[in-house]
Design a binder for this molecule. Structure first.
Ligand code: ADP
Ligand code: MG
Ligand code: MG
Length: 208
């Protein structure tokens, strides 16, 4: 099918939490190089809390808004309000539905990313999660424009997210704690860019 059901969206968030949990030490190692060594713990705590509320929603908007609010209230670090805004704004954009087409998912994700960028006062190339999310969403939009459907569209987005994440390594951080290091942030992958690729890896898992 071309649509993601609400059950698949819940599964998406559950699998995101699972991948975060598996990579918790890795994310913390990345954050220990250019931050305060808590990104793995922050994301694992927040996404586990999201999973605990997944069965409370009956519509896509309620599911995503609840997940976003849960991240804001449980993550603690800078990444919580940013991931939370992404999912809350995404939920506000979908409306009161029980499934999303590829195009509807991409449009909602765009609203979420716009909200994250506004809240983070950041742009592409600042060495943040946006550097993985934005190219992934551009790839998803390109798939939609080409008429590609879910499995292929998700795989293209995941590949673009990974490339964007890898491209953060040589950059100077301009936002967040890593920016305090200035040029010493060069040569280290951004932790939030790494964790945000898991959103697309999880999408591939759901649809694979
Ligand atoms: P904290 O820095 O408060 O400890 P985390 O370690 O959980 O929070 O998250 C750090 C990540 O947050 C960074 O790797 C980066 O991707 C992201 N980040 C930080 N500031 C911004 C911002 N202004 N805009 C977008 N992303 C940001
Ligand atoms: Mg941190
Ligand atoms: Mg912190």
């Amino acid at each position: 099918s071309t649509d993601l059901t609400i059950d698949q969206l819940a599964d998406w968030l559950r699998r995101f939490a699972g991948i975060v949990e598996q990579n918790k030490s890795y994310l913390t190692d990345l954050d220990s190089a250019i931050g305060d060594a808590d990104h793995g713990a922050n994301m694992a705590r927040g996404t586990a809390a999201v999973v605990s509320h997944l069965d409370e929603a009956n519509t896509v908007d309620a599911l995503l808004k609840k997940a976003g609010m849960t991240l804001v209230s449980t993550v603690g670090g800078t990444s919580g309000p940013l991931y939370g805004t992404l999912l809350m704004k995404m939920g506000m954009a979908t409306g009161n539905v029980t499934q999303l087409s590829t195009a509807e998912f991409a449009r909602a994700f765009r609203a979420g990313l716009d909200g994250l960028i506004a809240r983070g006062k950041t742009e592409l190339g600042d060495k943040t999660m946006v550097d993985a999310l934005a190219p992934a969403l551009d790839a998803l939009d390109a798939s939609v424009a080409d008429g590609a459907q879910w499995p292929d569209a998700a795989a293209a987005a995941a590949a673009a997210a990974a490339a964007g994440r890898d491209a953060t390594t040589p950059l100077i951080a301009r936002k967040g704690r890593a920016s305090y290091l200035g040029e010493r942030s060069i040569g280290h992958m951004d932790p939030g860019a790494a964790s945000s690729t898991y959103l697309f890896d999880a999408l591939v898992e759901v649809l694979g």
